[in-house]
Design a protein around this ligand. Structure first.
Ligand code: ADP
Ligand code: ZN
Ligand code: MG
Length: 478
């Protein structure tokens, strides 16, 4: 009989803080500048320089702590984490060790459950090594990222499936973006995740030996990586082997975890209190000021969208998926105060088009322009079907809705005479369907309506057409 195992996962997430400057110097905190242009003696670790703590970084760490329900320490301590690596010119990283700024807290999974956090601490980022294509053995280093402020959010080993790890990350990212703590850009490395994975026999409380999986550069990669690592460990244990505590690199191309190095223990880093920085003291006033500046969180916004705009829970969830999308919705509603229609349009044509563009970026249409389009539709200038065509053209060309309606010749046809001609033609061309309808098959009306819409290129006014079509067919009974 083979033992059954339960996976146990703990996540360590590094989030770059959205400050203007770095954590201990005045260099710009910005992605994408030419290599080694955003550096100074402090972030390069020249002898004799002193770090000065960026107050904004502290505020953002507290903000994250508030949003995640952590206890904020009135006194926390910076510590040196010593290790040698080419991307770390100082030879140590300033981090926090046994007195982090935040403790406890939890990340909601979105379904009522949540995962406990151990801590959130402040630290500085390291530089970035890269190995240029065709560069042979050559390695280069870009130190622009040295000293970029980070928080590390550490979960308890209390996640029990790759699926839950995925939800954890989605919800955490949303909260960090909502609070403008981190821009959440995983491609640029603003948000990075390491996953710790172990197995234990089902029913057992003690934890098994863990491995740490690195290089997970998307949520999808994280889920796949954890799944593969669980499978690998199961196989080792089933074969009577034992798990070695080690750090693994996720090889996304081959879909396998690859051994990188045996894992350091905390004592290998020779942590000690940072002598160049005093303890970080936070007054009650300071904590209150940060609390007062907290923006609305995802769950609260979702609630409010239901009560304020009368939206269904599901729609409210989709519309508050990102702070940007929620803001877009609210701005459209401000200019076109019919929340139900706006929600409908965003949930339908808007998201469909966004999906086709294969990104989660908002479409290049201003909320004002969309409000104008919906007003044209409500006023009867365009039919909803033609409105969708206009919308696509807006996204494609950047032109305004009124101009496009004219340019594309999509003014709604409400004129009885013109529409009656089209209806008569469609009925004449589809005698079978007319007979079926008269025989009681109501559904056929939808097909005939579709034919009429097609003939008018979506311009026919459905409010006029629906009764007209019905009465024209009825007139054929006899
Ligand atoms: P390390 O010293 O290796 O960094 P920590 O105790 O600091 O380990 O924990 C790092 C992360 O690993 C945390 O998210 C924690 O929840 C997780 N973790 C610790 N032990 C285990 C385990 N046995 N199985 C899975 N995750 C674990
Ligand atoms: Zn600097
Ligand atoms: Mg650790």
């Amino acid at each position: 009989m083979t033992a059954r195992y339960e996976p146990v996962i703990g996540l360590e997430v590094h989030a770059q803080l959205m400050t203007r400057t770095k954590i201990f110097c005045g260099c710009e905190n910005r992605f994408g500048a030419p290599p080694n242009t955003l550096v100074c003696p402090v972030c390069l670790g020249m002898p004799g320089v002193l770090p000065v703590l960026n107050e904004r970084a502290v505020e953002l760490a507290i903000r994250a702590g508030n949003a995640l329900g952590c206890d904020i320490r009135a006194r926390s301590i910076f510590a040196r984490k010593n290790y040698f690596y080419p991307d770390l010119p100082k030879g140590y990283q300033i981090s926090q060790f046994d007195r982090p700024i935040c403790e406890g807290g939890h990340v909601p999974l979105g379904d009522g459950r949540s995962i406990e956090l151990t801590r959130i601490h402040l630290e500085e980022d390291a530089g970035k090594s890269f190995h240029p294509e065709g560069g042979g053995e050559q390695s280069l280093v870009d130190l622009n990222r040295c000293g970029v402020p980070l928080i590390e959010i550490v979960s308890e080993p209390a996640i029990f499936s790759a699926e839950d790890a995925y939800s954890y990350l989605v919800n955490l990212k949303r909260i960090l973006e909502y609070t403008e703590v981190c821009d959440g850009n995983m491609e640029q490395g603003s948000l990075r995740c390491d996953a710790n994975v172990s197995l234990r026999p089902v029913g057992k409380k003690t934890l098994g030996t863990k491995t740490e999986l690195k290089n997970l550069n998307s949520f999808r990669a994280t889920r796949l990586g954890i799944e593969a690592e669980i499978a690998r460990q199961e196989k080792v244990l089933a074969g009577g082997g034992t798990i070695r505590q080690e750090t693994l690199q996720w090889d996304a191309e081959r879909g396998v975890p690859v051994a990188m190095r045996s894992k350091e223990e905390a004592h290998d880093y020779r942590y000690f209190p940072e002598p160049d920085l005093p303890p970080l003291l936070l007054s009650q006033q300071k904590l209150q000021a940060v609390r007062d500046s907290m923006p609305e969180l995802p769950a609260a916004k979702r609630e409010r969208f239901q009560t304020e705009y009368g939206l269904r829970e599901y729609d409210a969830g989709v519309l508050t998926d990102s702070a940007q999308f929620a803001r877009f919705f609210e701005t459209v509603v401000k200019h076109f105060p019919h929340a139900d229609r706006v929600a409908n349009f965003l949930m339908g044509p808007y998201l469909r088009l966004q999906k086709e563009q294969e990104g989660d970026d908002l479409l290049p249409v201003t909320p004002e322009a969309l409000a104008e389009l919906l007003a044209l539709e409500k006023g009867g200038t365009v039919s909803p079907a033609a409105g969708r065509q206009v919308f696509e053209a807006m996204v494609r060309t950047g032109k305004g809705p009124a101009d496009l309606v004219k340019e594309l010749g999509l003014e709604q046809i409400s004129d009885d005479g013109a529409l009656q001609t089209v209806v008569d033609e469609v009925l004449a061309a589809n005698p079978e369907q007319v007979a079926e309808f008269l025989g009681g098959k109501e559904k056929v009306l939808g097909f005939l309506m579709g034919q009429v819409m097609k003939a008018t290129r979506g311009k026919g006014n459905p409010k006029v057409l629906t009764p007209m079509l019905r009465s024209s067919i009825e007139a054929k009974r006899g």
